[in-house]
Write a protein that binds this ligand. Sequence first.
Ligand SMILES: *Cc1c(COP(=O)(O)O)cnc(C)c1O
Length: 398
Amino acid sequence: MTEQQIFERDDQNYLPVFKRYKIVLERGEGAYLYDINGKRYLDFLAGIAVNVLGHAYKPLVDAISNQAGKVIHVSNLYYTKPQADAAAKLVKLSGLDRAFFGNSGAEANEGAIKLARKFAKKISPDKTQIITAWDSFHGRTLATLTATGQPKYHKGFEPLPADFDYVHFNDADELAEKISDKTCAVMLETIQGEGGVYPPRDEYLRRVRELCDKFGALLILDEIQSGIGRSGKFFAYERYGVKPDIVTLAKGLAGGVPIGAFICTEEVAQAFHAGDHGTTFGGNPLACAAANVVLDTVPDEKFLAHVAEVGAYFKSRLIELQRKYPAQISEIRGEGLILGAQLDRPKLTGVEIVNECMRRGAIINCTVGTVLRFIPPLIITNAHVDELIAILDDVFGG
Ligand SMILES: *Cc1c(COP(=O)(O)O)cnc(C)c1O
């Protein structure tokens, strides 16, 4: 089947919710992907922060195929070792007490929201307000798209679940005005991803934590994009001296196999009783076998130091690029390997830049129309960074 035939077949049959780039990807190896014509692409998107160990990483492939040969799925009515191991690892890494597995980021956040609501009900029946940030992204289910502080994701889906409110990220004073005894939870991405790569400033998260404690509100940190080592720490919140009551993970957690998780304190966990939450697929042996490889690899000090080092090098090279093209790039933001380049009246639009990179053999992403976002596999090296910078230089200079 030719590329053209695959485009047509998909365009005719798949729900038209994605604006896809015109390539058909077939396989990958390390930091590279290949399309069906054999063309190679340097992958600085990693399936949107998913393929943290790169493509076709042998220990991950072996763990998945070994587990598939034993049993892919059993009901959560029974115990399995891969799930018990993955939960124990997440509890140890987070310093929290209990983990739950779902299948996606939205499901992880949905579970966290349900848990917070149930926990707050014990304190007061009208302690239901959930405060999130403008420009956040938390998922596509009704509750999580409502938590997402971007009106474009709400439009057409009303009525939305009640009692969500929004504040500006990095403005603790605004939160101080809005939070009250009626606040059930404050939910934030530790580093905003889809909204344009915005890390928290200075003492922001510490002040958020203090305000939550003052009003008995839970702090939910969404680390679906910023977690799993991406910031140079396993959890990005470790960078900012705070600890959440609930943290959510997904994307990179199983290196590409669908999974989501929330992890919480014992006190909060006690709000859920048998039957209050559940899932058929969540945390099945296949997904957890994959997660165990990630959880045995990424938290390693040397691995995290590598992310921090290559991230710092990449950021310095992006800053050089910005200095070379100050009329097109106004700012470089981010930590570790979640980096963004703010476009400022560039010669080409964000999408055109992405397409030009693709033509030259590199996959990058543009978010909110004006921010080039770089969330590569965590195993990239300085040489991969140099390869991408050369392509970007060519695109911006051309
Ligand atoms: C991607 C993402 C989600 C949603 O995850 P899905 O697996 O697409 O449901 C939620 N929060 C953040 C911060 C994300 O980046």
